[in-house]
Design a protein around this ligand. Structure first.
Ligand code: PHE
Length: 348
């Protein structure tokens, strides 16, 4: 046990000397314990006071308390400085240099089908067509019946249909539209001629996929109805479209085709822009590429719309955007478009 007669000022001097060279919090705590802790040098002196005669107790007590206060204050100040240093260090480490260039952001882009769709719509808009839209879930009535394709009509085989069970109606009368043609009826129901609209939209077919077939695809329906619209208008409109999309020098040809809602019905072909008519893989060695279906709106449909069939005539067409994108970009498999492989999509 430290004797009470130890020169107390020596303890003070030693403590202050040691403290001056302490450079971290661990050393500082050891120092505190050795002087001010429960078994510390100063604490022991203060405890020993009780055994001293009153006179000595008074003077030594006062002195010891003064030293205790001084050491405690010095300890607190040193601790505060360490904390300040620590905060300064952390702040320095986290300092933000706002002048540094940021990490590059990957640039997104429009899907090739969206881009082709926009280009196609822009061509028709420039010719005075308005853009409209219709539902993807459709009634049998609009998708088939009103288009002159009743339930037992063999033409239903042309569109493999995804049906929706519809309890409320008691029969399967709802479906995912197989083409955008139901919009011909929907538009005629709510407008009067003159009509010039294009209707883009997704269509669905219940079929196995292969390089030229997908179960979902994008079509653009066109409809024009007015006083005295003729085949010449249809030809001119579609030839202009083909040239704007596939090149000024394109030749177009119309061939007979059958769709119950047009009469006559036809398909539009363009001369193959790859082999220029000589015959290649893209055109199946025919020199011609089929790009859409079209025709003059059936007079029965004009009459059903409540328009005077002696006065009004019109044309309609339906084209597949994926097919156009395939041809434009020389892609060999339609399934690439919806496989969501960025290595493919980033090329556009
Ligand atoms: N709806 C037809 C199809 O999907 C295309 C078409 C539209 C044909 C308009 C004639 C007129 O095959």
């Amino acid at each position: 046990m430290t004797s009470v007669s130890d020169p107390i000022s020596e303890i003070e001097d030693a403590a202050m000397r040691e403290l001056a060279v302490i450079s971290d919090a661990t050393q500082l705590e050891a120092w505190r314990l050795s002087y001010l802790g429960r078994k510390g040098k100063l604490t022991r002196i203060l405890r020993g006071l009780a055994d001293l005669p009153l006179e000595q107790r008074r003077s030594l007590g006062a002195e010891a308390n003064r030293i205790k206060l001084r050491l405690e204050t010095a300890h607190r100040e040193k601790l505060a400085r360490f904390e300040q240093d620590r905060v300064a260090q952390v702040t320095e480490g986290e300092r933000l240099d706002v002048t540094l260039p940021g990490p590059p952001l990957p640039r997104g882009g429009l899907h090739p089908i969206t881009r082709t769709l926009q280009d196609v719509l822009r061509v028709f808009e420039s010719m005075g067509f308005q853009v409209a839209e219709g539902p993807e879930i459709e009634w049998d009535y609009y998708n088939f019946e009103a288009l002159r394709i009743p339930a037992d009509h063999p033409a239903r085989d042309m569109w493999d249909t995804l049906w929706i069970d519809c309890e409320r109606e008691g029969r399967r009368s709802m479906l995912l539209r197989t083409h955008t043609s139901p919009n011909q009826i929907r538009i005629m129901e709510r407008t009067q001629p003159p009509i010039r609209v294009v209707v883009p939209g997704k269509c669905y077919r219940f079929e196995a996929t292969d390089p030229t077939h997908e179960w979902m695809m994008t079509q653009v329906e066109g409809l024009a109805i007015d006083d005295g619209i003729s085949m010449a208008d249809l030809k001119g409109t579609l030839a202009e479209f083909a040239r704007r999309i596939f090149g000024e020098e394109r030749k177009v040809a119309f061939r007979c085709d059958y769709f119950p809602f047009v009469e006559p019905g036809m398909e539009l072909r363009i001369d193959c822009f790859i082999c220029r008519g000589a015959g290649c893989r893209t055109c199946g060695r025919t020199g011609w590429i089929e790009i859409l279906g079209a025709g003059m709106v059936h007079p029965e449909i004009i009459a059903n719309a409540g328009y005077d069939p002696d006065r009004y005539t019109g044309f309609a067409f339906g084209l597949g955007i994926e097919r156009i994108a395939l041809l434009r970009h020389g892609v060999d498999d339609i399934r690439h478009f919806y496989a969501n492989d960025l290595r493919f999509l980033q090329q556009f």
